[in-house]
Design a protein around this ligand. Structure first.
Ligand SMILES: Cc1cc2nc3c(=O)[nH]c(=O)nc-3n(C[C@H](O)[C@H](O)[C@H](O)COP(=O)(O)OP(=O)(O)OC[C@H]3O[C@@H](n4cnc5c(N)ncnc54)[C@H](O)[C@@H]3O)c2cc1C
Length: 348
C-alpha cells in the first residue's frame, strides 16, 4: 500500500508532490494532459494586484514560501527555472500616478511598491506617462519545470500518463483502491478538469480562459515585464509573451482568432516596432467567485482530498496551500475557513 495517489500534475500537483517527497511519503501521479493552465501560464510571481494597486491575498507569506520552494526544485533539477524580473506598471494618466503614491504609503504595500517612478527609455514603446515599479517580482519557467519534473518521475516509475477514471475508484474506510493500486489517501489536483470529477464537481469552479500570443520582435529589446492593458513578458531570444485574455464564457481549450485580434489590437496601441506572431496558447484558469482556493477533505470520505481554485495566481498560491493541506491531513493542522471546501458544503 502506498501513501498517496495524486491526480493531475500542474502547479497544484507539483506542489503537493514536493510536500510528499519532503516527508518521505510514497506516491503515484496520474496525468492525462487534458488541462493546460499551468503549462501556458506567464509564470510571473507578483505580490501586487496591478489593476487596483492592492496587495494580493497573503502576498508576503506566500512569497516567503514560494521563492525557496522553486529555487529548491531548480537546484534539484539542475536547470535554470527561476529568475528575478522587474514588473513595470504603465500609468494611463496622472490620476493613476497619484493613486500609486497613495498605495506606496500603505504599510502592507510599502515593501512591494517603489515610490520612485520610472521614465520609459525604450523607443520601441509609446509610454506617455511614467511607470510604477513593483519589487519582489520574478518568473518561473513552469513549462520547463513541469517537463523536467515529469522526466524524473517517469524515471522513478512514479507517473502514469493516463486519464484517471473516477468510476474505477473504490473508497474504503482505511484505504483507496484504484485498478489494483492501494493507497492510504488520494488528492485531486485536476484544475478545471475537476468538473468531470463526480466526487468534487459540486464545488463552484467557474473557470476563466486565458490566451497569450507569443511574438518575435528584434526591435523591442525589453528586459522588464511591462503591464499595460496587457502584459509583455520577455522570454529571451527576442521572444515575448503578450496577454493574457480573461474570458468567463468560453470554456473550450482551443486558441481563438478573436483573442489574437484583441491582443494584437491592444499591443499595437503602444508597440511602435515590427513584430511577428509565432505562436498562441490557451488554458483555463481554475477560478472561484470568492477568489480563494479550494482546499480540504471530502465531506463523506476522510481519505479523499482536493487542491484547486488557484485562479490566476497559481505560482504563489500553490506551495502555500499544498503545505496547508499536507499539514491538515497528516498533522491534524487547521484549515482557514476562507480556503476550506467546507464553505461550499451546502451545494452538495
Ligand atoms: C493564460 C494564463 C496565464 C497565467 N499566468 C499566470 C502567471 O503569470 N502567474 C501565476 O501565478 N498564475 C498564472 N496563471 C494561473 C495558473 O496557471 C493557475 O493558477 C494554475 O495553472 C492552476 O494549476 P492547477 O495545477 O490547479 O491546474 P492545471 O494546471 O490545470 O493542472 C491540472 C492537471 O490535472 C490534469 N488532469 C485533470 N483531470 C485529469 C484526470 N482525470 N486524469 C489525469 N490528469 C488529469 C490536467 O491535465 C492538468 O495537467 C495563468 C493561467 C493562464 C490560463
Amino acid at each position: 500500500m502506498i501513501d498517496y495517489i495524486v491526480v493531475g500534475f500542474g502547479l497544484a500537483g507539483l506542489a503537493f508532490v514536493e510536500e510528499l517527497k519532503k516527508n518521505n511519503k510514497s506516491f503515484v501521479v496520474y496525468e492525462n494532459y487534458s488541462q493546460k493552465s499551468s503549462r501556458v501560464a506567464g509564470g510571473l510571481y507578483n505580490p501586487v494586484i496591478l489593476k487596483r494597486f492592492t496587495a494580493a491575498w497573503l502576498a508576503s507569506e506566500q512569497l516567503e514560501l514560494a521563492l525557496p520552494f522553486y529555487k529548491n526544485i531548480q537546484d534539484k533539477l539542475g536547470e535554470s527555472l527561476v529568475s528575478e524580473l522587474p514588473v513595470l506598471r504603465r500609468f494611463n494618466n496622472v490620476e493613476e500616478q497619484n493613486l500609486w503614491f497613495e498605495a506606496c504609503d500603505k504599510p502592507i504595500l510599502q515593501i512591494f511598491l517603489s515610490s520612485e517612478l520610472i521614465r520609459n527609455e525604450n523607443e520601441a514603446l509609446d509610454i506617455p506617462f511614467l511607470y510604477g515599479g513593483v519589487k519582489g517580482t520574478g518568473k518561473v519557467d513552469i513549462e520547463k519545470m513541469l517537463s523536467l519534473y515529469v522526466l524524473d518521475l517517469e524515471k522513478k516509475e512514479l507517473l502514469k500518463k493516463e486519464s484517471f477514471e473516477h468510476n474505477e475508484l473504490v473508497v474504503e474506510t482505511d484505504c483507496i483502491e484504484y485498478k489494483g493500486l492501494r493507497a492510504k489517501n488520494i488528492v485531486f489536483t485536476e484544475g478545471f478538469g475537476v468538473r468531470s470529477n463526480p466526487f468534487f464537481n459540486y464545488l463552484p469552479l467557474q473557470g476563466n480562459k486565458g490566451e497569450y500570443i507569443i511574438i518575435k520582435s528584434k526591435g523591442l529589446r525589453l528586459k522588464e515585464a511591462v503591464k499595460s492593458s496587457i502584459f509583455i513578458i520577455p522570454l529571451g531570444d527576442d521572444l515575448y509573451k503578450v496577454g493574457a485574455t480573461y474570458n468567463n464564457e468560453d470554456k473550450t481549450p482551443d486558441i481563438t482568432s478573436a483573442s489574437r485580434e484583441q491582443l494584437e489590437m491592444k499591443l499595437r496601441r503602444f508597440l511602435k516596432v515590427a513584430y511577428e506572431v509565432i505562436d498562441q496558447v490557451a488554458g483555463i484558469r481554475p477560478t472561484i467567485r470568492d477568489r480563494r482556493p479550494l482546499i480540504g477533505t471530502h465531506p463523506e470520505y476522510n481519505n479523499m482530498h482536493i487542491i484547486n481554485g488557484l485562479g490566476s495566481r497559481g505560482v504563489l498560491i500553490g506551495p502555500y496551500v499544498a503545505n496547508k493541506l499536507y499539514d491538515f491531513i497528516e498533522n491534524n493542522g487547521s484549515l482557514e475557513k476562507e480556503i476550506d471546501i467546507k464553505r461550499f458544503e451546502h451545494l452538495r
